[in-house]
Structure formats: structure tokens, C-alpha cells
Design a protein around this ligand. Structure first.
Ligand SMILES: Nc1ncnc2c1ncn2[C@@H]1O[C@H](COP(=O)(O)OP(=O)(O)OP(=O)(O)O)[C@@H](O)[C@H]1O
Ligand SMILES: [Mg+2]
Length: 511
């Protein structure tokens, strides 16, 4: 039997009264791809934080290449050959793509501080070698053409790939990936799967993967370890784990049953009032045309989905509607008001709420305070109380954690908070940017059920979502974007079986 590269032995992590990790053991073999999965808040990211030295485990031991590492400083563990990506993207947005990869390396570089100061020949040669290596890594992820672009201008999926490239600059023997496929559609996730396997082969490393996308997990992992509420509930090969009753119940939900579409009632005969009307909207980022003349409308009580690959312009469209980005041209009417004359901060008062991609909750405020911030008119006690009750009803986990700081919630818990917060203001139009991002399959079910419920109560929703099947299951109508233009639109029921929807995604991947 091969000796393990990494051994996690009865590791425990307690925060105040909460046992986030309650004695978890597993080991990862060299050159293997190992998956750590489980529901939101199971303790996966906390395990990553213990392995990488962010936390000292309360109990237990972690061994890497035969040496104990638990409690060692993060830089020492990184030097020993353990690299990671973060669940929430941590790039330097204003730096270029290439610079983001190069910064990872100042530790791994052989040149000394004095070399750098004096710019010796050794330093220049070293720097050239580093640039070459960085470009090679970018090329693996097809990001080499964008090397000089600002990191923040990349679509979300590419930013995640860039993070992996950066982690690889440290020449790790073990690469920890925390939800690399979050925000990717299924075509992109497929490409990512191949890239993960290719990395392992090319760099001889082992991968420890936390991921909620089951297509990716089941596609690449040789072994799986499943946690729930800090405890191990199953382990073994994907085949074993997939049919394990506890895993089905706690984690997979209906995602494994490829059941029929959720049926939605046909649109009513007399169309309801138009809540949002977008007319030939154009948005540019510098010289790049991100949105090239989009027109759409959303009627009262409708759930309308905006679909398309990463980079198609969905988030840009939402942000532009909310006046968070300047328009190059076009017009937007919201409840009859011309939004050209409005500033972003006045829109919540008009009844528009946006739950942004990547959550953006207040990390130092408690869950309760974050929700109250969403109410917009905190003085309206009755409204705040209604909102709180609705939030806790939709997401019981939030109810258990009302006084926990937002920033310490797990990724999925933060997503629940972002959605619940957007609902607090009882908006006339709710715009959601990828609510299923980072959410465990069983909870994706719950979120879409919650959306159905909210809409049936009369809420109007504009939904951006990578999960096409779910979005078309919940929506009445949809628009499909490709590179900043609407290429297809219609009743969700008709689009479900339309092969052009799939090709709109496939046409734009990094394959
Ligand atoms: N610093 C902290 N203080 C208090 N509670 C914490 C802290 N860090 C994490 N937790 C809690 O510990 C539990 C485990 O969190 P963790 O981030 O490890 O979950 P996860 O499995 O990565 O979930 P997700 O899939 O949603 O990202 C969560 O309920 C979280 O709220
Ligand atoms: Mg996590």
C-alpha cells in the first residue's frame, strides 16, 4: 500500500460552543484526487483551514509527507508543498492576470530580497523564469491571451481558474481546491474536470477537492469523504457514496433522480403590468462591449430567467439595471420610472433589490444585523419582524445563527443570508445573481422551492442562473444571452427542450 501524502487524524475544531469539525479522519494518497463533500456548514472549509495553518485544530493531528503540520504557521505549510484556493475569490482585482499569478511566487523565488533591491542579474534571470512559468500555467487554463487584462474584468469562472493557476506557482505536492466549479455552467465544469486531471498528471500532485457540483465530484474523485455537521457520515468510492442512504438524505436530495421538469402553470391570458422594461441597453468596459443592445421585460408576478455561459453579460446586465454600472446607451423603465435619471442608492426605495453574485454580506455584522440592513427601512418594525420570520422559515440554519458574525458563516450559509437579506425589503422586483452558487444539491432544491413559493405569493423575480435545468423549471419565461446579445427568448416550457439553449452554452466554453 502506498504511504499517504496527507493524513488527517481525529481532527477537531471548536468555535465557542460550536463543534464545526468533530473528530474527522481521512488520508490522501500521492497523485490521487480525493473529494471532501457534504452539506453547507458541514465543516469542509474548516478542515481546509486546519490543514493550511489558518487554524490550529482544537484536537487531533495532521501529517504531511510524514511530518506533523497541525498548528504550524501557514507559510511553513505552504513551503512544505500544500497550496490552496479559497471559496470566496481572493484575487487582486486591479492587478493584471499575470501579476496575480506572479505574486504567489515571491516566496518560492530563489532570488533574495537584496537581489531584488539591487536588481542583480540573478534576479532578472529568476524573474524571467518565473514569468515563463506563470505564462505556462495560464496557458493550461487558456488564460494566456488575457495575461495583461485586469483580473477583475474576467468572468467569474475564469477568475476561479486564475486562482488555481496562482496556487500552482508554489509547486505544491498537494493542491486544495475549495469549490473551483462554483459559478461554472455544466459545459465549463466539464472542461474543469479535464483540467484537474491534467494538472495531476502534469505536476504529479494530489488534489483535495471540496465541491458541490456532483458532476465534477463524481467525474474526477477516486475517493470521497462525506461530512455533515462536523461528523463523517460516509466514505469510499463515488459509486459507494452515491448510493449511501445517509448521503442521499443529508446531501444529494433529488439531484440524483433525473426526474421530470417541475411543471409551472401557463402564463395568464391577460398579461400583467410591466414591472421592468429594458430597451436596447449597451454597456462597455473600456473598449470591450460587454452588453450589446439587450431588450427584455418582466411582468408582475413573473419569474424570468436570464441564461447564458460565463462572460455572456448576465451579471453586467443586472448591475446595469441596478445602476451600478454606467450605460453606453439604452433605456430602462422600472414601474414606469426612467432609471436613467436615478442613482443606484435610490433604487431600493423604489422597490428593487439585488442579491449579487458572490454574496457581499457584511462580515463583521451578525446574521441578525445583516438581515436588518436588508430591510432598508429598519424603522418599520412590523416589516422587519415579517422579514425575519420569512428568512428563518426559508432557511432554518440562519435562525440557529442569528448572533454569529456574517463573515464566519460557511459559504452556503452566506448565500442563504444574501438571498434572505434581499427579501427583507419586500421588493417589487427581486433580482438574484446565481442563488445556487456554492449551494449543496439538497439545498438547491430548497432554494428553488423557496423561489417558487415567493413568486406564487406575488413577488416578481429576475433570475440569473447557470443551472439551466433548474432555472427553466422555475421560470415562466427566459432570455438566453451569448456574448452580450439575446439570441433566444420565450416561454420556459418551450425552451426546456430547445437544443439551441445547450448550444448557446457550448459555443462559448474554454474547450
Ligand atoms: N470562525 C467561526 N466562528 C464561528 N463559527 C464558525 C466559524 N467558522 C466556521 N463556523 C461555522 O462552522 C460550520 C462549518 O463551516 P465551514 O465553513 O467549514 O462549512 P463548509 O462545509 O465549508 O460549508 P459550505 O459548503 O457552505 O461552504 C458552519 O456552521 C459555520 O457557520
Ligand atoms: Mg466552505
Amino acid at each position: 500500500m502506498t504511504e499517504a501524502l496527507l493524513t488527517v487524524d481525529r481532527v477537531e475544531m471548536v468555535f465557542g460552543g460550536l463543534r464545526a469539525v468533530g473528530g474527522v479522519s481521512f488520508s490522501v494518497k500521492p497523485r490521487s484526487i480525493f473529494g471532501l463533500i457534504g452539506p453547507n456548514g458541514a465543516g469542509k472549509t474548516t478542515v481546509f483551514n486546519c490543514i493550511t495553518g489558518v487554524y490550529t485544530p482544537t484536537a487531533g493531528e495532521i501529517t504531511f509527507q510524514g511530518r506533523p503540520i497541525a498548528g504550524k504557521p501557514a507559510y511553513a505549510i505552504a513551503d512544505a508543498g500544500v497550496a490552496r484556493t479559497f471559496q470566496n475569490i481572493r484575487l487582486f482585482g486591479t492587478m493584471s492576470v499575470l501579476e496575480n499569478v506572479l505574486v504567489a511566487n515571491h516566496r518560492a523565488s530563489k532570488a533574495s530580497f537584496f537581489d531584488a533591491l539591487l536588481r542583480t542579474r540573478h534576479y532578472d534571470a529568476d524573474e524571467a523564469a518565473m514569468r515563463e512559468k506563470a505564462m505556462e500555467l495560464l496557458a493550461i487554463f487558456k488564460l494566456d491571451d488575457q495575461a495583461e487584462e485586469r483580473a477583475s474584468s474576467l468572468p467569474y469562472g475564469d477568475q476561479r481558474r486564475l486562482e488555481i493557476a496562482r496556487a500552482l506557482m508554489l509547486n505544491p505536492k498537494l493542491l486544495l481546491l475549495d469549490e473551483p466549479a462554483a459559478g461554472m455552467n455544466s459545459a465549463e465544469a466539464q472542461v474543469l474536470q479535464k483540467q484537474i486531471v491534467a494538472l495531476r498528471d502534469r505536476f504529479d500532485l494530489a488534489v483535495l477537492l471540496v465541491e458541490h457540483n456532483m458532476q465534477v465530484v463524481m467525474g474526477v474523485c477516486e475517493d470521497l469523504h462525506v461530512m455533515d455537521r462536523g461528523e463523517t457520515i460516509a466514505e469510499g468510492t463515488p459509486a459507494v457514496v452515491q448510493s449511501h442512504p445517509k448521503v442521499l438524505e443529508a446531501y444529494l436530495g433529488s439531484s440524483v433522480r433525473s426526474g421530470p421538469w417541475v411543471t409551472t402553470e401557463p402564463s395568464p391570458e391577460t398579461p400583467a403590468e410591466v414591472v421592468l422594461k429594458v430597451d436596447d441597453l449597451r454597456v462597455n468596459y473600456g473598449g470591450i462591449k460587454a452588453v450589446k443592445g439587450i431588450s427584455l421585460e418582466v411582468r408582475r408576478g413573473e419569474l424570468v430567467a436570464l441564461l447564458g455561459a460565463n462572460g455572456a453579460g448576465k451579471t453586467t446586465t443586472l448591475k446595469a439595471i441596478a445602476r451600478l454600472l454606467p450605460w453606453a446607451s439604452g433605456a430602462v423603465q422600472f414601474l414606469g420610472e426612467d432609471l436613467a435619471k436615478r442613482e443606484a442608492h435610490t433604487l431600493p426605495g423604489l422597490g428593487m433589490a439585488l442579491s449579487p453574485e458572490g454574496r457581499a454580506i457584511f462580515p463583521n455584522l451578525s446574521v441578525r444585523e445583516n438581515l436588518e440592513m436588508g430591510a432598508f427601512t429598519v424603522s418599520d418594525r412590523a416589516k422587519v419582524a415579517r422579514g425575519m420570520a420569512r428568512a428563518v422559515g426559508l432557511f432554518p440554519r440562519l435562525g440557529e445563527r442569528l448572533s454569529q458574525a456574517g463573515g464566519t458563516l460557511s459559504g452556503g450559509e452566506q448565500q442563504m443570508l444574501a438571498i434572505a437579506r434581499a427579501l427583507m425589503s419586500e421588493p417589487r422586483l427581486l433580482m438574484l445573481d446565481e442563488p445556487s452558487l456554492g449551494i449543496a444539491p439538497v439545498l438547491v432544491d430548497q432554494i428553488f422551492e423557496a423561489l417558487e413559493k415567493i413568486r406564487k405569493e406575488g413577488m416578481t423575480v429576475l433570475l440569473v442562473e447557470q443551472n439551466t435545468r433548474r432555472a427553466l423549471g422555475a421560470a415562466q419565461r427566459a432570455y438566453v444571452l451569448v456574448t452580450g446579445e439575446v439570441v433566444l427568448s420565450g416561454e420556459a416550457a418551450d425552451l426546456r427542450d430547445d437544443p439551441r439553449v445547450q448550444s448557446a452554452y457550448l459555443g462559448e466554453t474554454h474547450a
